[in-house]
Design a protein around this ligand. Structure first.
Ligand code: SF4
Length: 385
């Protein structure tokens, strides 16, 4: 079975009578979750048909609809969501896809997870804590396993370093940890880039430690930066500049660690959509986060597809009618105007997904259920709007 608890899409999970084998604690909780929701309109239970009808009415009357999420849906459902967005003139906002866009546009070098396992000798966890978001990354690929050219594993062959705003669980097992001030992230990056250019950095950070870090990075044979959501906000361009500088003296690759098991797929699909003939490339009716387009507070209808918007954004920034399509109860579903429960990808809904490194993975069902998939719900909406 394939776990859809995160974008590693571990394919060695076994489900037996006594629970899951090989899944981490996040995967186990994801697979065994019973936190499901009922269809609701205005916080009152209704049947599925009434919830879908009500959602369709909101979509049809909306002038500025926005769809958010998409990272927790199989590729096929994402494609239907894009069709629906086009039909109702909605903008699609995905969060944390910026680095995927940079990779897909060829702005930075990347690699596959098996290549990390086989070749990586210096690994940086930048603005991320995979021990708590992608728990098996370190044991399967990034740190502990023996690889083709890394036969001695983490004890001798690998150096793992965290650069983060706090001392995380991942930092506690790395050989070096750099804790940076949230207001001085660019200063740290600039200091590191100076050090990589053999200049003494002008910074209030510990210069000796930054020079030591630069020395380690310059000696890397195959370096990998895992960039988390803490690294995809303002310092994003700083990461690209850092990657360029690193690749002047060594060989570094970038892989994003973002929430949602299928975020790379929606980034790929939106990119194809924007690059198709006749599209002027400005994002059209769709754009990923960080692109042009309206702010969420301007939207008069927000459709959350497998995404807990209110957990990420203050509720006072949301003014439009809210439609939630999600397998589980979330903070957003408690306040939504319409809630439509759906099957969960990789649990009671089959399909395909794209792993964080670009590998397409077929996702089988773990168990049958009565629930409609999000793809089927979106198709029904597509037929009636
Ligand atoms: S690391 Fe991610 S995909 Fe693998 S078992 Fe844990 S949650 Fe599931």
């Amino acid at each position: 079975m394939v776990c859809t608890g995160c974008a590693l899409l571990c394919d060695d999970v076994e489900i037996g009578e006594n629970g899951c084998r090989h899944a981490c604690r996040i995967g186990d909780a994801h697979i065994t979750s019973t936190n499901q929701i009922d269809p609701m309109v205005n916080q009152s239970p209704v049947d599925m048909d009434a919830a879908i009808k009500s959602a369709a009415e909101i979509l049809v009357s909306a002038e500025k609809p926005v769809f958010v999420g998409f990272g927790n849906s199989v590729t096929e459902a994402q494609a239907t969501g894009i069709e629906l967005a086009e039909k109702v003139g909605a903008e699609i906002k995905t969060f944390h896809t910026d680095i995927f866009d940079d990779i897909l546009d060829g702005r930075v070098k990347t690699c596959t997870l098996p290549e990390v396992r086989d070749y990586a000798d210096v690994i940086i966890f930048l603005g991320c804590d995979p021990m708590n978001t992608h728990p098996r990354l370190l044991s399967r690929y990034a740190y502990y396993p023996r690889g083709e050219k890394r036969q001695h594993g983490w004890e001798e062959d690998r150096t793992a370093i965290t650069i983060d705003l706090r001392f995380s669980h991942t930092a506690s097992i790395c050989k070096e940890a750099y804790t940076i001030d949230p207001n001085r992230q660019i200063e740290f990056m600039d200091a590191l880039m100076d050090a990589l250019s053999n200049k003494v950095p002008k910074t209030t950070y510990d210069k000796k430690r930054i020079l030591k870090l630069a020395g380690t990075l310059k000696k890397a044979e195959f370096g990998v930066i895992f960039a988390g959501t803490g690294a995809s906000a303002p310092p994003r361009d700083a990461i690209i500049r850092l990657m360029d500088r690193l690749n002047e003296s060594s060989d570094f690759r970038l892989l994003p660690l973002a929430p949602g098991y299928n975020l790379r797929s929606i980034a790929e699909q939106l990119r194809q959509l924007h690059n198709r003939p006749g599209d002027d490339g400005d994002g059209g009716s769709d754009s990923s986060s960080g692109g042009s387009g309206m702010d969420l507070h301007e939207a008069d209808c927000i459709l959350c597809l497998g995404f807990d918007l209110m957990n990420s954004l203050p509720a006072h920034g949301i003014n439009g009618k809210m439609i939630v399509i999600d397998p589980n109860e979330t903070l957003t579903s408690r306040y939504a105007d319409v809630v439509i429960p759906c099957a969960a990808g990789g649990i009671d809904c089959a399909g395909s997904a794209v792993r964080m490194d670009g590998e397409t993975v077929e996702i089988p069902l773990i168990r049958e259920s009565e629930r409609l998939s999000d793809g089927a719900i979106l198709k029904q909406l597509l037929e009636v709007v």
